[in-house]
Design a protein around this ligand. Sequence first.
Ligand code: 13P
Length: 263
Amino acid sequence: MSKVTRRPLVAGNWKMNLDHVEAIRLIQDVALRLRNTDHRSVDIAIHPPFTDLRSVEGIIGADELPIALGAQHCSAHASGAYTGEVSVAMLARLSVSLVLVGHSERRLYFGMSDEMVAATTAAVLKGLLTPVICVGETGEEREAGETESVLVRQITAALDGVAKGSESSIIVAYEPVWAIGTGLAATTEDAQVACHRIREEIRSLRGEAADGIRILYGGSANPENAGDLVAQADVDGLLVGGASLQGESFAAIINSVAACYGS
Ligand code: 13P
């Protein structure tokens, strides 16, 4: 399967920004800026904070927006005494279809281990939602020449949560930690090398299914670098943080991805 048959995805991770009133304003702004050609060639998703989901679901539903709703995290458990956590079933009830799993900020600040990433991935798949499994090396690991081994370790561990035959239901995001929020995106070459390595590792573990899996790049993606990043053979879209918080920059990123993929 060639790159062209993998439909690109541009997903906005709002992180801990925007309350539900601000969220309504942003989703409406984004929707107004998107063109039919964008929707024809690009899948679009947003991952607002939990407290915004109900409001954003309402706008997406009422206006029939072709924008997928995502969450930034969820529990690996189905229910019970897990204070502060949110279950996959709760998200599904709010029309959430995608969940970020193992974002580096969850790994670094909240102690999310490779095992927890696998368990959460399994829970998301069991609930028939799509996990967006995030992997990526820190700056120190990169300097120590450990990028490849970190990616292999993280992707191998995460696949423990993916039953054989379910590979087509996952998305992977390569997010080098040193590029997140720094304004210093990976070069197109580095992004391609890492995404290719991830795909080859999935291939070695799960065979041809690797060709159908979308691998996104994330880390200081912006309207200027978006087109060049997704022009790479193994980069199938973008996971956007800061630049997804403004309608203008998020829509501009989607426009350039559509220009790259559009016929
Ligand atoms: P930035 O685009 O702000 O670097 O964030 C990337 C990211 O972490 C998306 O999940």
